[in-house]
Design a protein around this ligand. Structure first.
Ligand code: FES
Length: 328
């Protein structure tokens, strides 16, 4: 297990507002306020539907300059593993346990130009960056992608704040986003910061990596773990440890292994760092790779997977989904 020094504290829910279809903004007043920087997030202790306790990470979408309140915005996806469901039950006056602001997605000041890309509720991680870039007079463009205006949080205020620097790609109005065009429109020396569904970010990363752009100029934050397939029950066997466990649709493979007492390595728990990597020794079905750690070439042979987000689904022949693995 990774050992991050994280301080936890009580925070009162001081506001709850429906800001778009299926998205609520929650305001917290932490006991020990800490100013938040662009790209930072907080971890929150959540109770899952089966009574288990866990943590979830949410980008800070707004904050008082002194940190006396912090806001997050939470979508309620159909395939929520329970954290978002819990967040949607919170009401003004409730008390939760949260961390101080944590930074995994820093905005580097000093680039010649910036391209910000937000998909859906990923706007929460990007919004503060856009405000900072505007404030310092940087050259930037903000692409905001969503299915419909009704489901795009903060769209009106972003239009007012950023004017023609905001490019809203609304699928119901403009059709599917052409990822290659978006990447091609970025200046050659631009830094790109993106947050959104894994599929969108994978598509952008693929185009970016295939170009001659500097790979370190593409930075991303992944809180969603939406995959290519709906989550299914699947079985995991670890022969070396004599362990077999069923992974339910509402939990990750990492959580299921931990539930059986397997000591697992992890850090981000959202498909970015690769620390939770497991080695695939046998497979019945298909791997739904949901991480952004491996390249397409690394994913193709299905030799390993990031068990914090990736899953297995049954193949069309009807054989039950099962993966046999070894852990580090
Ligand atoms: S814990 Fe980081 S990729 Fe799984």
């Amino acid at each position: 297990m990774a050992d991050k020094h994280v301080e936890w504290q009580d925070a009162r829910v001081s506001g709850r507002t429906e800001i778009a279809e299926g998205i609520v903004r929650l305001d917290f007043e932490p006991v020990t306020p800490t100013p938040a920087k662009p790209g930072e997030h907080i971890d929150i202790a959540v109770t899952l539907p089966d009574g288990r306790h866990d943590t979830r990470s949410y980008s800070i979408s707004g904050a008082a300059p002194d940190g006396s309140y912090l806001s997050i915005s939470v979508a309620r996806p159909a395939t929520s593993r329970g954290g978002s469901l819990f967040m949607h039950t919170l009401r003004t006056g409730d008390t939760v346990r949260i961390t101080h602001p944590l930074q995994d997605f820093p905005l580097r000041i000093g680039a010649s130009s910036y391209v910000l890309v937000a998909g859906g509720v990923g706007i929460t991680a990007i919004r503060g960056m856009a405000s900072t870039l505007k404030r310092i007079g940087a050259d930037y463009v903000l692409h905001y992608i969503g299915n419909s205006r009704a489901r795009m949080a903060y769209l009106d205020s972003l239009e007012a704040e950023h004017g023609d620097r905001l490019r809203a790609h609304v699928t119901t109005e403009h059709g599917r986003l052409q990822v290659a065009d978006l990447v091609a429109s970025a200046p050659a020396d631009a830094e790109m910061y993106m947050c959104g569904p894994i599929r969108l970010m994978e598509a952008i990363k693929r185009v970016w990596d295939a170009s001659d752009r500097d790979k370190t100029s593409l930075r991303f934050e992944t809180f969603g773990n939406s995959g290519w397939f709906a989550p299914e029950v699947f079985q995991v066997e670890v022969p070396r440890l004599g362990v077999t466990v069923e992974v339910q649709p509402g939990e990750s493979m990492l959580e299921a292994l931990e539930r059986t007492g397997v000591e697992m390595m992890y850090d981000c728990r959202r498909g970015e760092c690769g620390l939770c990597e497991v080695y695939i020794e046998g497979l019945s079905g298909r791997v739904d790779h949901r991480d952004v750690f491996y390249s397409e070439r690394q994913k193709a042979p299905n030799a390993k997977m990031c068990c914090c987000v990736s899953r297995v689904i049954a193949s069309d022949d009807g054989a039950p989904a099962k993966v046999t693995i070894d852990v580090t």
